[in-house]
Structures are given as C-alpha cells and as structure tokens.
Design a protein around this ligand. Structure first.
Ligand code: GH3
Ligand code: MG
Ligand code: MG
Ligand code: MG
Ligand code: MG
Length: 316
C-alpha cells in the first residue's frame, strides 16, 4: 500500500469543469494519476470499479452533494479505508463539521495551491502506510495465534494430541455420540514394563520408543474422526467415535500385531523380548449420566485387568 513516495490514483469529483481541471493539474504535477468524475452517482460507480487510493470531493453538486457521496463511499468500503478529502468553496466551520461527519478525512478550501495539496496528500499517505503496517502486523499475529492454538493441543515428544486436546475432544464426542445415538469407544493404552526399558536403555532411548509407539498408533488406520493422544508418561488414549466394541478390538489386535512386527527390543521384559503394551477399552452409547471422568475410570479398570491377566493384550 501507499508509501509517502508512491504514486496514487486519485479520484477527483467536481461538477464544474474548471475547478476539476485545476485540481487534476495540481494532482498530476505531484506525480499522481487522476480519475475524473463530474457526477455524484457516477463517482460512486467509478470508486467501486476503479478502487482509487484517495478521493478529492467537491461539496456543492446537483441532485446529491459531496456529503452524500462520502457516505456512499464509506458504507461501500467494508473494512477498507480510502482517504476522502473535501475540496470546496464552502469552508465554514459548519461545512467542515458536516464533511467530517459524513466520513471525510480532511477539508481543503478552494482554490488549493499545489503546495497545500502536496502537504495534505503526504499526510494521508503517511496514514495509509501506517494502516498497512498495522494490518500486516495483525495478520502476523493472527497466524502466530493459530499456530500457538495448534501447538497447545500437541504433545511435544510424539506429535499426538496432548492431554488438553484429549480432554476437550472426549467431552465433544460424548455430546456428539449422545446426540447421534452412536457408540463411543475409549481406550487407554500403557506400555508394559516401561520403567525397566528406561532403566536398561536410558531415557533418550525411552523417548525414541515412545515416538515409535506413537507412530504405530497413528499408522494403524485411524479414521478421520478418531483421536490418538498421549495422556502422559507411557500412557496413550484412543477416542473412537461411532465405533462398537468389536470394531475397537479389531483395531487393538491390529495394533498389537504391528507392535510385534516392529520388534522393538526390550530384553528385560518378562512378557516378551519386544516392547508390548496393554489396553483397556470401554464402549457405550453416551447418555445424560456419561462423563469423561467415568469413561476414563472404566477404561483404566479394564487396563488394570489387562495388566493383571499377563499384559500384551486388551481388555474390555
Ligand atoms: P506396567 O507394565 O505395569 O505399566 O509397568 P511400567 O514400568 O510401564 O509402569 P510404571 O508406571 O511403573 O513406570 C512407567 C515408567 O515410564 C516410568 C518412567 O520411567 C517411564 N516414563 C514415563 N514418562 C516417560 C517419558 O516421557 N520418557 C521416558 N523415556 N520414560 C518415561
Ligand atoms: Mg460544485
Ligand atoms: Mg503407566
Ligand atoms: Mg503405572
Ligand atoms: Mg507401563
């Protein structure tokens, strides 16, 4: 947008030829382009079609005056801002007041000298440049905000949904599945004997293991509405809306198989020499009494049973 030195397209509106041509000559001598208009209604059309950078507007014209034109232009702008400078033989305080009220930015007395016009245009260009900078800055802020909003939902280690996002989605899906009368499945997953894994391989390798398990969770064909998240530590959550228990168990078997095939070594595991996990599954058609806390407790109970029954399995 207009820097103080850039050339503007200026719409000059005046019903009389001589003052219009004088204004045009002055504007052009300052290096700007001119669109001329003698009629108030046509001026609004030209403004909409040609989108000038600035408007020099006469007040006294037949049928509609310059105040009317200014009002039309302002209501057509939709969040934009094009400076409107009145250029009029009338320039009492009352006229100036009406012009500013109608949406004008400044009021210049006819006849205008080139120097005064240069000064007035320069002031408007400065405002335009400032406005452009502010718009740019607010767009940057909007983007940064959207990025932060996304980051605040993501677990930094695994890239999965974090606990905040899981809690939010779980509440949403309880409400949605309740409305739809559909089954909602929640699964809690926990890596088996992960403390021993860390003790043997170290925390860095432990982190890498969590990342690999997360990748498998993502890759074992989740549907678009499903959510895989890291609930904390070595515990993961799956939210599977519109999924009956049998469907969830199919997913669970596929996941255990993929984890087996990945063959992540865990020599100290009494279950297997590979990394394994256990899962607790709960399924319901949510009703008025269903809460996220209740579902998590039930999934945790099932998980406890899966651990007690020997691990490397799902329980529901
Ligand atoms: P179980 O089969 O009963 O689940 O045994 P476990 O050892 O997996 O369970 P426990 O809760 O006793 O230990 C969990 C361990 O997971 C503790 C910690 O060493 C490890 N852990 C938790 N969060 C992280 C993490 O972010 N990175 C790494 N590397 N290890 C973690
Ligand atoms: Mg006139
Ligand atoms: Mg645990
Ligand atoms: Mg534990
Ligand atoms: Mg564990």
């Amino acid at each position: 947008m207009a820097q103080p030195s850039t050339s503007l397209t200026v719409l000059v509106v005046d019903d009389q030829a001589v003052p219009r041509l004088l204004a045009k000559a002055a504007v052009e001598s300052l290096g700007h382009r001119v669109l001329e208009c003698a009629d108030p209604v046509a001026a609004v059309q030209v403004f909409l079609q040609r989108k000038p950078d600035l408007v020099l507007l006469d007040v006294e014209m037949p049928v509609h005056d310059g105040y009317w034109v200014a009002q039309q232009l302002r209501s057509a702008e939709q969040g934009g801002w094009t400076p409107i400078l009145f250029l009029s033989g009338l320039h009492g305080d009352e006229d100036v007041w009406r012009g500013i009220e109608a949406g004008g930015d400044d009021f210049i007395a006819k006849p205008v000298t080139t120097l005064l016009l240069a000064a007035k245009l320069r002031a408007m260009q400065r405002l335009m440049a400032m406005r452009a900078k502010l718009l740019e800055r607010s767009e940057e802020l909007r983007q940064a905000n959207a990025q932060l909003q996304q980051l605040s939902q993501i677990d930094a280690l695994t890239g999965l949904a974090n606990r905040r996002a899981i809690d939010q989605r779980l509440h949403q899906e309880i409400a949605a599945c309740r409305r739809e009368g559909r089954q909602l499945t929640l699964a809690l997953l926990d890596i088996d004997h992960f403390k021993r894994y860390n003790d043997r391989a170290g925390h860095v390798a432990g982190d890498a293991c969590l990342q690999q398990v997360a990748r498998l969770l993502r890759e074992t064909c989740l549907r678009p509405r499903d959510v895989a998240g890291r609930y904390g530590g070595e515990e993961f959550v799956l939210i599977l809306p519109a999924t009956p228990r049998a469907g969830a168990m199919t997913y669970a078997r596929a996941l255990l198989r993929q984890l087996h095939l990945a063959a992540l070594p865990h020599p100290d595991s009494p279950v297997s020499e590979r990394v394994t996990l256990s899962g607790g599954i709960t399924t319901c058609v949510p009703d008025a009494h269903t809460t996220a806390e209740g579902l998590l407790l039930r999934a945790d109970d099932a998980l406890y049973n899966a651990k007690a029954k020997g691990r490397n399995r799902f329980f529901s």
